[in-house]
Design a protein around this ligand. Structure first.
Ligand SMILES: CCCCCCCCCC(=O)SCCNC(=O)CCNC(=O)[C@H](O)C(C)(C)COP(=O)(O)OP(=O)(O)OC[C@H]1O[C@@H](n2cnc3c(N)ncnc32)[C@H](O)[C@@H]1OP(=O)(O)O
Length: 254
């Protein structure tokens, strides 16, 4: 059976998807018409963290990131913090292999790939919000996030590039959730209303159709029940050479 992740997120209580204004709300029956009667979304559960200390460092770095942005006029004394951070960097840097080595290590057979380090959902990446996606039995995926000052574009609003980044990533999950995989080839986005900082954003993405290597996807961002951003993209199934390996073996792309 398909996995119902609704209990893990209060927004999804009852397993009902939040209605999306102005767009079609795809249902399991629709998905089955596209994917066949046997349609069953794949498991999108999170990977276990590699190291609790690494997870903790990521969490503390994000706390700092959020606390530091816009602090300049507050009169805060940052001398001790700067010294502690210098010491932390002095401890970690000598232990960290060069980036090419780490890249190859991520993509070793059975490795995590970029799941824990990507710039959108990676809990080990300080620039990631991090966004967590949930899959639904109707074939869509969703995420809820409240973004703070580090992601500001227009005054009090989310940077449009950040919205585009998050939705592109969610497209990837929408593909994955229904057993497809591709790269963004063409991407269109409409910013319908400003997207606020400091308020929950409800994101949703789904595969609308696919034919051969082409996968058409759609996504939305809502806040306060209002549509803020709508996006459409064409993904093309493609294999990418894996860092540190001679060639991409079939079935080993990620
Ligand atoms: C759980 C995992 C979560 C992770 C989420 C991560 C999501 C991240 C998503 C991304 O960020 S992907 C990174 C950004 N994208 C890229 O870097 C892709 C760069 N582009 C390419 O590598 C190639 O253009 C591509 C592989 C997409 C296609 O090249 P190909 O040489 O394999 O295909 P080709 O150019 O022959 O096109 C195949 C078909 O697609 C069509 N096509 C390709 N690009 C198109 C385009 N831009 N617009 C419209 N149609 C396009 C093309 O016309 C053709 O149609 P027909 O078969 O009908 O002739």
């Amino acid at each position: 059976m398909s996995k119902d992740t609704s209990a893990e997120d209060p927004w999804h209580s009852g397993g009902k998807l939040h209605p999306v204004l102005g767009t079609r709300d795809p249902q399991l029956a629709d998905a089955q018409r596209v994917w066949g009667e046997d349609f069953e979304p794949v498991d999108l559960s999170e990977l276990e963290g590699a190291d609790p200390h690494l997870e903790d460092v990521g969490e503390q770095m994000r706390r700092l990131r959020d606390a530091l942005t816009g602090i300049a006029d507050s009169g805060a004394d940052l001398a001790e913090a700067a010294e502690l951070l210098r010491r932390a960097a002095d401890i970690v840097e000598p232990q960290s292999p060069d980036q090419a080595t780490r890249l190859a290590s991520q993509w070793r057979k059975g490795g995590p790939g970029a799941r824990r380090t990507n710039p959108v959902g990676g809990t080990e990446n300080v620039i990631a919000p991090p966004l967590r996606a949930f899959g639904h039995p109707d074939g869509s995926v969703s995420a809820r996030i409240t973004l703070g000052l580090p992601y500001q574009g227009p005054p009090g609003c989310v940077h449009g590039g950040m919205s585009a980044l998050m939705l592109d990533h969610l497209f990837g999950f929408a593909n994955h959730w229904v057993g497809l995989r591709g790269m963004t080839a063409h991407y269109e986005i409409d910013y319908r209303k400003p997207t606020p900082l400091l308020e929950p954003l409800d994101m949703k993405a789904w595969v609308e159709s696919h034919e051969g290597r082409k996968i058409w996807v759609r996504a939305t961002i809502e806040s306060g029940g209002e549509l803020r951003v709508e996006a459409r993209a064409l993904f093309i199934s493609a294999n990418v050479p894996l860092p540190g390996r001679d060639a991409t073996a079939p079935g080993e792309e990620r």
